[in-house]
Unconditional design. Structure first.
Ligand code: DMJ
Length: 671
């Protein structure tokens, strides 16, 4: 700091200089003006002309420069898009599939360690330049962005959850719970963008006439499912071919892993439905386009149940070794996930680099994720005669079997990859993050020929735990439901995901487990059915809240954040099991009603089906512009099997379905 004295001195000096400068300038201007006046008129005109000429030249060269700059940025944009095309990420018309040069495979690597891959020729999925940002997002993609479709408008006052990315750009996101998968925020809480215009998703008049309710013969129903599949495929083929998911309203695609998820997930459905042409086209894509040599993070659970499971079952059904080879490739690439201090796998694997990691915010994995990959890896070991896959997943099963922290056989939702222990104990659900743990206990026991008694014990004990801790009835209609336990308190809410349970219980009872499992299955499938019929669209919400007191005469309440329907399969899956084991035609009729509701409220005329945001508003179901791969893999497959009279088609005594509806063989007793 200057002292006041010093300050005065300085300011005085400055003022003096300033004055001097000012005087000098004036003096200089005066002398210039005098010189100008001394020039002849001709000289002055010449100078003025020259100045004007220079000014015009300046303007002209500025505009040509800016043209050039614009040209440069256009080229960058085009180059970026060419890059996208070169990576095979643009829809490729079937039949015109270009040959790709062989990718960097890992099968030839002599050890079980996948090397850090040389910078691959196909870098991580690019975004259009304007949106480019580091590929840091893991888990399911935000399921819905605010739509940018000219025909659609955001509904007044309804905004999506706004997320700001690293670039400061804002996007509307939907938060979604995935059965067993990682989610981005509180399960089931979401706000979604909605769109107006009921015509967009409502089946057109001609189609509706074909699909009217009434006395419909099974064969007609079977054909209706084939027709629904073809319609879904039409959209996928036209707008999302080779990509992960169809966005049927904006007529484009969504990418999650960049591995053609819908196509792979749908392969065995096409086989089972007898859609030969579609299958042949898809097979061609797998043969010529599918490469797992990609620097991309995939979720271990999701890629196991959808990709590995889908390839293995397609191999079994078709006998085509192409699918087995691809299954081996992805299976090996997923193995680094198991290299953790506890051998409880990480949630994410980079299948190109051979590295694995937990989510950014925790070292926990989800219990359902680490315990619902066993059917697939065990089968891979059996087929390859390489025990490493089976050993890795059975180590997880063994550890979870021994772990403390269960409640009457019910498991918490998280497990730590360092300690191998359950974390965040005290919350128990049969819904997201735990569900398929129970399913895979029973199904592994069946897959292995009913020999692994610890699996059976854990399963039977868990069902007892459900009965003791989670089962309740509504006061109005006495609907039985499976609630959630949170620190000793029952929350009377049930995810639609829990509707897998009646089918699994029925499968157990069919295989000799107690008869009361079947009784419970009958009660629970009734509840799942009610979750559809009590909604105005005839479609279930993602989460239902059940009334334990008769305060409003209703059994089911739905919170605004839970009103969405993602075309999920669980109820149709259970209807299929219930029909197979009881032959009670009401289960087929219930399924038929659901199929028609899907056709009425989720079918997009130009091709595909869409998730919707509001099952309570048939006039504006708020289509969300996304067709999940499990709609083709599971929902439509289970519809078909429910309506088919051929009960030997995927016999439940010969196959177990993985949790993504991919049938895997029950091992011959010799294995
Ligand atoms: C599917 O990916 C599988 O069924 C998984 O087990 C749960 N979530 C979806 C379907 O809802």
């Amino acid at each position: 700091m200057y002292s006041p004295q010093k300050k005065d001195f300085v300011s005085l000096t400055v003022r003096e200089q300033h004055n001097r400068g000012y005087t000098n300038g004036k003096h200089r201007r005066q002398s210039c003006w005098r010189k100008w006046k001394q020039l002849s008129r001709l000289q002055r005109s010449l100078i003025l002309f020259l100045l004007a000429f220079l000014f015009i030249c300046g303007i002209l060269s500025y505009s040509s420069l800016t043209e050039q700059w614009r040209g440069i940025s256009d080229r960058s944009l085009k180059e970026d898009w060419d890059e996208v095309d070169n990576r095979g990420l643009r829809p490729i018309p079937p039949g015109l599939i270009p040959k790709l040069s062989a990718g960097v495979g890992i099968q030839d690597v002599p050890s079980d360690v996948i090397p850090e891959v040389q910078r691959p020729s196909i870098p991580l999925l690019p975004k259009p330049p304007s949106m480019r940002k580091p590929p840091s997002k893991r888990g399911p993609p935000a399921l819905q962005k605010r739509m940018n479709v000219s025909d659609w408008q955001l509904k007044d006052g309804e905004e999506g959850l706004i997320k700001t990315d690293e670039d400061g750009a804002k996007e509307a996101i939907t938060v979604i719970s995935w059965r067993g998968a990682m989610i981005e925020a509180e399960q089931g809480t979401e706000l979604q963008s909605t769109v107006r215009g009921k015509d967009a998703t409502v089946v057109d008049a001609e189609e509706a006439a074909d699909l009217k309710t009434g006395t419909v013969k099974p064969v007609d129903r079977v054909e209706a499912v084939q027709e629904a599949f073809r319609h879904a495929w039409k959209g996928y083929k036209a707008f999302a071919w080779g990509h992960d998911e169809l966005k049927p309203l904006s007529k484009t695609h969504g990418e999650w892993f960049g591995l053609g998820l819908t196509l792979i997930d749908a392969l065995d459905t096409m086989w089972i439905l007898g859609l030969k042409d579609e299958f042949a086209e898809a097979r061609k894509w797998v043969e010529t386009e599918l490469s797992f040599s990609k620097n991309v993070d995939v979720n271990l659970f999701e890629s196991t149940i959808r990709i590995l499971g889908g390839l293995l079952s397609t191999y079994h059904l078709s006998g085509d070794t192409l699918f087995l080879d691809k299954a081996k490739d992805i299976g090996l690439r997923l193995m680094p996930a198991f290299k953790t201090p506890s051998k409880i796998p990480y949630s994410d694997v980079n299948i190109g680099k051979g590295t694995a990691h937990p989510p950014r915010w925790t070292t926990d994995s989800t219990v359902a994720e680490v315990t619902s990959i066993q059917l697939e890896f065990r089968e891979l070991s059996r087929l390859t005669q390489d025990p490493q896959y089976q050993n890795a997943v059975e180590e997880v099963t063994k550890q979870v079997h021994r772990l403390e922290g269960k409640r009457d056989g019910l498991v918490p939702m998280f497990i730590n990859t360092n300690s191998g222990k359950f974390t965040r104990r005290g919350a128990f659900t049969l819904g997201a993050r735990a569900d398929s743990y129970y399913e895979y206990l029973l199904k592994q026991w069946l897959q292995g020929g009913k020999k692994e008694t610890e699996l059976l014990e854990d399963y039977v004990q868990a069902i007892e735990g459900v009965k003791k801790n989670l089962l309740k009835q509504t006061s109005t209609s006495k609907l039985t439901f499976v609630g959630e336990l949170s620190n000793g308190r029952l929350n009377p809410k049930m995810d639609h995901l829990v509707c897998f349970l009646p089918g699994t219980l029925a499968l157990g009872a069919h295989n000799g487990l107690p008869a009361d499992h079947m009784e419970l299955a009958i009660q629970l499938i009734e509840t799942c059915h009610q979750m559809y019929v009590q909604m105005e669209t005839g479609l279930s919400p993602e989460i239902a809240h059940f009334n334990l007191q008769n305060h409003n005469g209703r059994d089911i309440d739905v919170k605004p954040a839970d009103r969405h329907n993602l075309l999920r399969p669980e109820t149709v899956e259970s209807l299929f099991y219930m029909y197979r084991f009881t032959k009670d035609s009401k289960y087929r009729d219930w399924g038929w009603e659901i199929l028609q509701s899907f056709n009425k409220h989720t079918r997009v005329p130009s091709g595909g089906y869409t998730s919707i945001g509001n099952v309570r508003d048939p006039l504006n179901p708020a289509p969300r512009d996304k067709m999940e791969s499990f709609f083709l893999s599971e929902t439509l497959k289970y519809f078909f099997l429910l309506f088919s009279d051929d009960t030997e088609l995927i016999s439940l005594d010969k196959y177990v379905f993985n949790t993504e509806a991919h049938p895997l063989p029950i091992w011959p007793s010799a294995s």
